[in-house]
Design a protein around this ligand. Sequence first.
Ligand code: GTP
Ligand code: MG
Length: 236
Amino acid sequence: MANEFPESREGTANSRHANLTSSLDLSTSLDHSVQTRIFKIIVIGDSNVGKTCLTFRFTGGAFPCKTEATIGVDFREKAVEIEGEKIKVQVWDTAGQERFRKSMVEHYYRNVHAVVFVYDVTKMASFQNLKTWIQECNGHGVSSSVPRVLVGNKCDLVDQIQVPSNTALKFADAHNMLLFETSAKDPKESQNVDSIFMCLACRLKAQKSLIYRDVEREDGRVRLTHQPDPKSNCPC
Ligand SMILES: Nc1nc2c(ncn2[C@@H]2O[C@H](COP(=O)(O)OP(=O)(O)OP(=O)(O)O)[C@@H](O)[C@H]2O)c(=O)[nH]1
Ligand SMILES: [Mg+2]
């Protein structure tokens, strides 16, 4: 049902380019809004949990041999097809280190369509810190109707697991999130990594109220109008 077709793009912005502002979001949306809808999905969590590797696995289909701490944000895009509609999934790979993210936080949350919270299954502190990440997200006015999922990464390190699945599941339930336990590294898990983003894309497609359906220009200004779709067919 949900087929991917090969097209992905990467970009970057860091604290030195804090001026990119929402105009980037908007212009990107406008360029393609008539043919292709764009879903902005942000990936949040402690430094070193594997956010860059997960987003790279989804958009690039591989595990990067070497990563460095993300500075500001890296953009990765992937075009997917869901029930015959081409959709662009725009993944915002955010920085986990405070010093590399502080000037960008507003931009992360602006007009976000879905949020992926990541922890490292081998590091209990990264799981405990999820509360802080959720508070930050809520503190930036992200509505509870914006879909959120929880991802426990590095499941390939089976001998080092510190966060039991049932503990993670309880936490996910309590916060109305789906839980994915996976590994960006293990190629056998790549489908599972894809399903994190595809599941969100399917939900967003069904939840048309969140999407820019029509773009109208009035007095040189752009008005985005929304229309809810009562027939939600998200498979998740
Ligand atoms: N074993 C294992 N290592 C992983 C996995 N995912 C990421 N790593 C490693 O974890 C380290 C951190 O990965 P990143 O993806 O750079 O972490 P990050 O969350 O983007 O970190 P920041 O950019 O600082 O926020 C790297 O050494 C990766 O190779 C995984 O699934 N399994
Ligand atoms: Mg990173």
